[in-house]
Unconditional design. Structure first.
Length: 185
């Protein structure tokens, strides 16, 4: 008595035999002998994932990051007993948080491709342990958090007010430490 598996082109069947032997079958038809062998069907198709929103502090700033990634299974044996979508999402979330924490606000807001490359380089090392390769990471949006945007608007308003006052005083900046002593504008 055997079980017949019909394996599609984007799937692989990992068959486990006694003694810890594992073989990969597919696409096509494969027989598995119950009680002697066990099997796990693994989807190897390229998948897209929207990353959960990441709220984190960069060097002195608070940003919110949104993005997506593309990944696929490259080793069905390693991926056969794992929840790879969850593990990939967690690894990307952690890596994205670490990379953003190391980045400056300008890199986070304007130079997404540098941050994306760092995330991609760092996430593939742990992902290989469960048979996955992340082929692309895209940071879709990095708006400033509302509290930070409000704080920046308030600071900018104060700076503009100081500049207007300074201009009215003849252009000298003796009492404005953020400009510097005696600097003309």
């Amino acid at each position: 008595m055997a079980i017949l598996y019909s394996i599609k082109k984007d799937e692989r069947l990992v068959v486990f035999s006694p003694g810890g032997n594992a073989t990969v079958h597919g696409p096509g038809k494969t027989f598995v002998v119950p009680f002697f062998q066990s099997a796990a069907l693994v989807n190897i198709a390229t998948r897209f994932m929207t990353l959960p929103e990441v709220r984190l502090a960069t060097v002195g700033n608070l940003v919110v990051a949104r993005g997506s990634c593309q990944y696929c299974v490259v080793d069905p044996i390693k991926a056969s007993n794992k929840d790879i979508a969850r593990k990939t999402r967690e690894a990307l979330h952690t890596t994205l948080s670490l990379v953003f924490a190391e980045a400056s606000l300008v890199q986070c807001l304007k130079k997404h491709h540098h941050v994306e490359k760092k995330v991609l380089d760092r996430v593939n090392e742990p992902a290989q342990e469960w048979g996955v390769t992340v082929s692309s990471v895209r940071i879709v949006d990095v708006p400033l958090a509302r509290s930070l945007a409000g704080e920046l608007a308030w600071t900018l308003t104060a700076v503009i007010g100081d500049i207007v006052r300074l201009t009215d005083q003849g252009g000298k900046s003796e009492n404005l430490p953020w400009i510097g002593d005696g600097m003309d504008i």
